[in-house]
Every structure is written in structure tokens, then in C-alpha cells.
Design a protein around this ligand. Structure first.
Ligand code: ARG
Length: 258
């Protein structure tokens, strides 16, 4: 009896210690920060398609924009260096899913069910609509674009939108910016692209183009993360929440999106 009791007490004590340990583990700040995997120690390796101002673009050779600033601050708060690798948009989700090249993808990537089959997404950090852009004065309504050539970046929601709703002749361009060059030179009749980007492109470089239609798609931009790295998704979400709370996201929006 006595021996059994001692065993029982030992078992209880062990269970209690385990429970306490777990509690400490759960409540401790940044407790999970060490659990995630990184391609390279001490560094967040980021895929970004730098052809999407004002979210991801290049200033000379330096990546810049709202999405870039957000991930740089996330890396900073994780105590990591941030390396941005300029990457073709439609290769980013598959590459993050492959788990060998990049820790995350940041490219104004709209969270959608098809992509969610391949990668996990952080909580959204921005919400955007779609737009249809034409040469100023060339068309009065989107209906007139039926059967005309529409340019969109390959693999984007704008591409899918144009094909489903505007015309069956949609041409995919590797770079978002190339769609505007095609529009200006008459190689297409319209561009389908996220609204904040068309506003920025028109204001910065294409004053002879105009937005024919704004489409309230309310697309949520998320950071793409490998499905086997849920600890990284959690760590990033925690930091995004902090950045929302302390006004950092708002400050960066004002800085980059005006
Ligand atoms: N939001 C759109 C999508 O997810 C377009 C994103 C394009 N991003 C870029 N950096 N070029 O399909």
C-alpha cells in the first residue's frame, strides 16, 4: 500500500510538473519563436515579384513598397535579417510550397482556395479591389471589351477575372508592368489588375490611361508560408497583430500607399 501510494504521488507530481511546464511554455512570450524552420539560419528568405507598385517594386536595384516594408518589419521583429529575392509572380506559390527556396512569399498575393491547397497564408494585411484600365477615352463600358484583347499578369486574380467577366481573349504577361506598356502601344485594349496598382501606374507613368471599371472584389492579401511551417505562420500572425495594434501597419500604409 505504502509503495503504491508513493508511486501515485510521484506520478501526480510528474503530471503536475508536466502541466506546469506546458503552461509556462504556452504563456511565455515568444515561446514558439525558435520552433519554426528557416531556409537559412538567422534570415527570412522572401520571394517577391517586384513589378507591382506601390506594394512590391524596385528603386534601382532595391526592393521597396508596402508589402516589402511589412515583411521587412516582420523579419526585424523576429530578430531576422530579411533577404528579398525578386521572383516571377506565378512561380511564388509553388516555390514556397516546395519548401526549398523561400521561407515566405510576399507579393500582394490574394488569399484564395486554390492557393490555400498549396500553401498556408498569414492573416490578411491589406484588402484590395480589381480594376479594368483602358487608353483614356477609348471605351465607354466594359461590355464593349467583349472579344477584345485584354492584358493581365499571368497567374493573377486579374487574369481570371478578365477571362470570366470581360473577354475570352486574355493575354498573360510575366510582369505586371508589361501589361501597361502593351496597352500604351496598342497590343491590347485593356488591362485587368488590382485597383491600387492601376491607380499608382496611371499616376506615375501612364497619364494617358484611365480606369474604366472598379470591381469590388475585396481581395485579401496574405503572406504565403510553407504548410509544414505552421510555427512560422503563427509567429508572423502574432507580429502582424502587434503591428496592427501599435499603428505600424497604418503608418506604413500612409508612407507607401498615400
Ligand atoms: N492580387 C493579385 C493576385 O493575387 C495580383 C498579385 C500580383 N503581385 C505582384 N507582385 N505582381 O493574383
Amino acid at each position: 500500500m505504502k509503495r503504491m501510494k508513493a508511486t501515485k504521488i510521484a506520478a501526480l507530481a510528474a503530471a503536475l510538473m508536466l502541466a506546469l511546464g506546458l503552461m509556462v511554455g504556452c504563456s511565455g512570450d515568444n515561446s514558439s519563436d525558435g520552433d519554426y524552420k528557416l531556409i537559412q539560419d538567422g534570415k527570412l528568405t522572401v520571394a517577391a515579384s517586384c513589378d507591382f507598385p506601390p506594394f512590391e517594386t524596385l528603386d534601382g536595384d532595391t526592393p521597396t513598397g508596402y508589402g516589402i516594408a511589412v515583411i521587412q518589419e516582420v523579419a526585424n521583429r523576429l530578430g531576422l535579417e530579411c533577404e528579398i529575392k525578386n521572383t516571377t509572380f506565378d512561380t511564388i506559390v509553388p516555390a514556397v510550397a516546395g519548401g526549398e527556396q523561400f521561407d515566405v512569399g510576399v507579393s500582394s498575393i490574394t488569399i484564395d482556395p486554390e492557393r490555400e491547397e498549396q500553401v498556408d497564408f498569414s492573416d490578411p494585411y491589406y484588402i484590395a479591389d480589381q480594376s479594368i484600365v483602358v487608353r483614356a477615352g477609348s471605351y465607354a463600358s466594359v461590355e464593349e471589351l467583349e472579344g477584345k484583347t485584354i492584358a493581365a499578369q499571368s497567374g493573377t486574380t486579374g487574369y481570371d477575372y478578365a477571362l470570366e467577366n470581360v473577354s475570352d481573349d486574355v493575354v498573360g504577361y510575366t510582369e505586371a508592368t508589361a501589361c501597361f506598356a502593351a496597352l500604351q502601344s496598342g497590343n491590347c485594349e485593356a488591362v485587368a489588375i488590382d485597383l491600387p496598382v492601376s491607380e499608382s501606374m496611371i499616376a506615375q507613368a501612364y497619364p494617358d490611361c484611365e480606369i474604366l471599371e472598379r470591381v469590388a472584389t475585396g481581395e485579401e492579401y496574405g503572406i504565403a508560408i510553407n504548410k509544414d511551417n505552421t510555427a512560422l505562420t503563427e509567429a508572423i500572425n502574432k507580429i502582424l497583430a502587434e503591428m496592427e495594434e501599435d499603428g505600424t501597419l497604418e503608418k506604413l500604409e500612409a508612407e507607401y500607399l498615400g
